[in-house]
Design a binder for this molecule. Structure first.
Ligand code: SF4
Length: 353
């Protein structure tokens, strides 16, 4: 069987940073309870691994004892939640992805300028809940074109749209086109709110999926960008399965299948991809081909709130920074060590730095 690995896949800069925040806290505060508001990133294994190290995930700040450390997840939180943490004198460490914060800042700016904001996204997604909280009176969520007739518009000339960071670029375009048709003077954000990681993982799947019989997306069902990758594969005509790990593989998926594209959502750990490769090679034999479609060199530093805590605890934050892991190079070395036939094909169409 030919296994094609999409590059880029897996962890993005925001996820590396958010996971690193919890890792650093565990090291910085041994024996101290660490609470995380919501799943730090939407991945079952990441959350379970942290749980195994004593981290407590909560959905209500009331569950955190006064004065304790609480981490806000990569998806961001509303100002109301920040105030609640302050009122309870919690040590809040903010692991919100800077690209989510960018959307929050846009929401604040446009709301202050008197705009109504149409937030394209999934109503109940944690990120949308947080962004909406920045200006609840000014923001309405648009999930689909059919929502447009139900919007309550005060002045069609004072409207802007923003989007969730992890949408399907194709679906978002359809909704935005419908919004523009309904409101010709609709303003757009200064730059796309759909993040580079979401966009690039979708670009890679769009480029490769038509060449294979089956797409396997490693990721959790509540991971928006992972689900979008599965949908995109199906849209280009290739059957796709979203799996948390190799244990979910079913033999019937592989009947008549000779080529498989493996990708991973932005919150899915690379070791799960490695395990999946070994499992498939064990079962069906074959070779691995890495296809480089887009190069990513994005890196986010540790959040200021964590650096501040480090200083308070006598640690110099300069000694601790997020280390970006190059999954393509790592995988090549790992495959070589296991003598799994592999090659890399450079089809790079661009880069995000
Ligand atoms: S998927 Fe995008 S917005 Fe979400 S954490 Fe990663 S880089 Fe940030």
């Amino acid at each position: 069987m030919k296994l094609i690995l999409a590059n880029p896949r897996g962890f993005c800069a925001g996820v590396y940073m958010a996971i690193d925040v919890v890792d650093q806290l565990l090291e910085l505060c041994p024996g101290e309870a660490i609470y995380v508001y919501h799943e730090i990133v939407h991945n079952l294994h990441v959350v379970e691994r942290f749980r195994g190290r004593g981290v407590q995930f909560i959905e209500d700040l009331a569950a955190v004892p006064e004065g304790a450390i609480v981490v806000f997840s990569a998806h961001g939180v509303s100002p109301a939640l920040r105030s609640q943490a302050l009122a309870r004198r919690l040590t809040a460490i903010d692991a919100t992805c800077p690209l989510v914060t960018k959307v929050h800042n846009e929401a604040i700016r446009y709301a202050k300028a008197g705009y109504q904001i149409l937030l394209v996204g999934h109503l109940n997604h944690q990120e949308v809940i947080g962004t909406r909280g920045e200006a609840p009176d000014a923001i309405q969520v648009v999930e689909k074109p059919q929502d447009i007739p139900h919007l309550k518009i005060i002045d069609p000339n004072k409207l802007v749209y923003l989007t969730q960071t992890t949408l399907s670029t194709d679906d978002a375009e359809v909704i935005i086109a419908a919004l523009r048709a309904a409101f010709p003077n609709l303003r757009e954000p200064p730059s796309s709110d759909i993040c580079y990681a979401t966009t690039n993982r979708q670009r890679a799947v769009r480029a490769i999926a038509p060449d294979v019989d089956l797409v396997l997306v490693v990721g959790s069902a509540n991971s928006s960008n992972s689900v979008r990758l599965t949908e995109l594969s199906r849209k280009v005509g290739t059957q796709a399965k979203l799996i948390d790990d190799k244990s979910e593989l079913k033999a019937e998926w592989f009947q008549g299948v000779q080529s498989v594209l493996i990708t991973a959502g932005a919150s899915a750990p690379e070791d799960l991809v490695h395990d999946l490769i070994v499992e498939l090679i064990d079962r069906y034999g074959g070779e691995v081909e890495q296809r480089d479609i887009y190069r990513e060199e994005v890196e986010f530093g540790l959040p200021g709130t964590l650096k501040e805590l480090m200083r308070q605890r006598g640690t110099d934050p300069a000694d601790r920074r997020v280390i970006r892991k190059d999954s393509a190079a790592q995988l090549h070395q790992w495959l070589e060590e296991r003598r799994i036939p592999n090659r890399t094909v450079d089809l790079t169409i661009g880069a995000t730095a």
